[in-house]
Design a protein around this ligand. Structure first.
Ligand SMILES: NC(=O)c1ccc[n+]([C@@H]2O[C@H](COP(=O)([O-])OP(=O)(O)OC[C@H]3O[C@@H](n4cnc5c(N)ncnc54)[C@H](OP(=O)(O)O)[C@@H]3O)[C@@H](O)[C@H]2O)c1
Length: 248
């Protein structure tokens, strides 16, 4: 069983911890957040401790509460606290942080010289699969028209970053993104390929933040079978696809 520590216990971290806690391949050892409460805290209904990095010396905590892997859903700063521990102890790292500066990202990449690191600004299996499938179809049918439709809740002001990433990965302009804002839609991304005599639609719908946990679990289980290095979600999906093709 892979022992895990999670950084970040906000909206995403709570959902991710919940998924990892219930996955028999993993043992969730602890969760770390920025600030601690006066009383020792645990995840409700469990003995899993929630620690505040304001009161704990991480290297001492890791000596007494060892883990095999860290999962980061906190903020871009946190890697500066745990980075050298990851390197020294050769812990696997799954980082979901999307706001790294180029310098931070270079540092995270450098951890891949010493251990196994996955860093992805999108941690859902579904969106990453959608991008892979859309890229494949685009290479098969470069003549087809491509449009991206994204739908989100009424108050989301900006164009979806995921939709822009899909456009970028297909080398199409952001002008080909249509945004609809309706009620409480969590997240809908659709890539539409218009062929002369047929239409192909690849659709992803987000239901809950727990999808980030499913993605982190996939990343951890794949990383466990990788050599040390820095990986994207795409790299891990392609490992899986190649394995499947080799077995076929
Ligand atoms: N790649 C993906 O698919 C994906 C998906 C969702 C979220 N994310 C990323 O995950 C992060 C968290 O998102 P969220 O919506 O859950 O935010 P949030 O609700 O604001 O929660 C942030 C959590 O991180 C903790 N934290 C922040 N800085 C920290 C530090 N320096 N050391 C330790 N803990 C720290 C906070 O501690 P306190 O509780 O003490 O404030 C809080 O628990 C963001 O960077 C977001 O971009 C990525």
């Amino acid at each position: 069983m892979i022992k895990i520590g999670v950084f970040g216990y906000g909206k995403a971290g709570q959902a991710v911890a919940e998924v990892l806690r219930h996955d028999p391949r993993f043992e969730l050892m602890w969760v770390a957040r920025r600030t601690s409460t006066d009383q020792p805290e645990t995840i409700p209904g469990t003995a899993v401790p929630i620690i505040g990095l304001d009161k704990v010396v991480l290297s001492e905590w890791l000596d007494t509460h060892p883990v095999d892997a860290l999962v980061d859903f906190s903020s871009a700063d946190t890697v500066k606290i745990y980075g050298e521990e990851v390197r020294r102890r050769q812990l696997m790292l799954v980082s979901a942080i999307s706001a790294y500066s180029e310098t931070d990202l270079d540092y995270v990449r450098s951890l891949g010289n010493d251990t196994r690191v996955l860093c992805s600004p999108n941690m859902t299996v579904g969106i990453n699969f959608l991008i892979l499938a859309a890229r494949l179809l685009r290479s098969i049918a470069p003549f087809a028209d491509v449009e991206i439709l994204e739908q989100h809740f009424r108050d989301k002001p900006e164009v979806s970053g995921t939709a822009k990433k899909i456009a970028d990965s297909l080398s199409i302009d952001n002008e080909h993104i249509t945004s609809l804002r309706l009620g409480g839609i969590v997240g809908h991304h659709e890539v539409i390929f218009g062929f002369p005599y047929q239409t192909v639609r690849i659709i992803h719908n987000s239901i809950e933040r727990k999808a980030f946990g499913t993605g982190a679990a996939f990343a951890l289980s794949e990383l466990a079978n990788c050599e040390r290095g820095f990986y994207t979600f795409d790299d891990l999906l392609m490992h899986k696809v190649r394995k499947q093709l080799a077995m076929a």
